[in-house]
Design a protein around this ligand. Structure first.
Ligand SMILES: Nc1ncnc2c1ncn2[C@@H]1O[C@H](COP(=O)(O)OP(=O)(O)OP(=O)(O)O)[C@@H](O)[C@H]1O
Ligand SMILES: [Mg+2]
Length: 229
């Protein structure tokens, strides 16, 4: 098999409970390089837990997550956090920007944490802000910009380090539909240009329409949409 045909990220038989509450009950998911996968399903079905396990933020009770042939579940915490910094980008529902930093500094932060010098990191950040059509708010703090602008800043921050996988949990959840679609288009276009894969959790079919493939999670189990009757 060639490297390109191999899955980039593969979760097998993931189980996770919080106390007596089962969150994942044998979930599988495969993500190939450059593909946009939408994870749909009712509230409480385990979508966020699946995303967090895939990204190595949450440890499953059992099952495996392989990233480029390496078992994430067998890595040390330090190895996993290093991997998250170098290979993964994150966008959350409410942006989660650092309020004390300017938008430019927020976007530059992942590159700074990865060891890039301030000037170079901020130059990259400025490019990404311009690409996400919010170059003019670079010097403002997150509290001084609109929800849609803040979310574009969050997307810029997720993409700045050229991650191989972007994890997005309800990235448009706080936006009106017009802004939501714009942010999705910018995110998927940028991902396609850079070759990043995107794992996107969403409730909204309009948002899922930007994906190449849809997965449905129900009661902690995942299925390809085509297999769901
Ligand atoms: N940190 C936690 N502590 C305890 N229970 C949790 C925790 N996180 C999730 N759960 C439970 O695990 C189950 C799956 O939660 P999860 O957040 O993965 O669902 P979700 O599909 O993302 O839902 P939503 O669409 O509402 O975001 C739920 O029953 C939830 O209550
Ligand atoms: Mg969730």
């Amino acid at each position: 098999m060639t490297a390109a045909a191999e899955p980039l990220l593969q979760a097998t038989a993931l189980r996770k409970s919080y106390g007596r509450t089962p969150a994942l009950d044998g979930a599988d998911l495969t993500v190939r390089a450059g593909e946009v996968v939408a994870v749909m399903g009712p509230s409480g079905s385990g979508k966020s837990t699946l995303l967090h396990c895939l990204a190595g933020i949450v440890q499953a009770d059992s099952g495996r997550v392989c990233y480029r042939g390496r078992d994430l579940t067998a890595m040390s915490d330090a190895e996993r956090s290093a991997l998250r910094r170098t290979d993964f980008g994150f966008v959350f529902q409410f942006g989660q920007l650092v309020p004390e930093l300017t938008c430019l500094e927020n976007v530059a932060m992942p590159a700074r944490l990865a060891g890039t010098r301030r000037r170079a990191a901020e130059a990259q950040a400025a490019e990404w802000l311009a690409r996400l059509e919010v170059g003019e708010i670079a010097g403002k703090r997150p509290g001084e910009v609109s929800g849609g602008q803040g979310q574009r800043v969050a997307v810029a921050r997720a993409l700045v380090g050229s991650p191989r996988v972007v994890f997005a949990d309800e990235p448009t959840g706080a936006l009106d539909s017009l802004n939501g679609e714009r942010v999705m288009r910018l995110l998927t276009d940028a991902a396609h240009d850079t070759g990043a894969a995107v794992v996107l959790v969403t409730h909204e079919p309009r948002v899922a329409a930007y994906s190449d493939r849809e997965i449905v999670v129900r009661d902690g189990k995942s299925r390809d949409l085509e297999q769901v009757s």
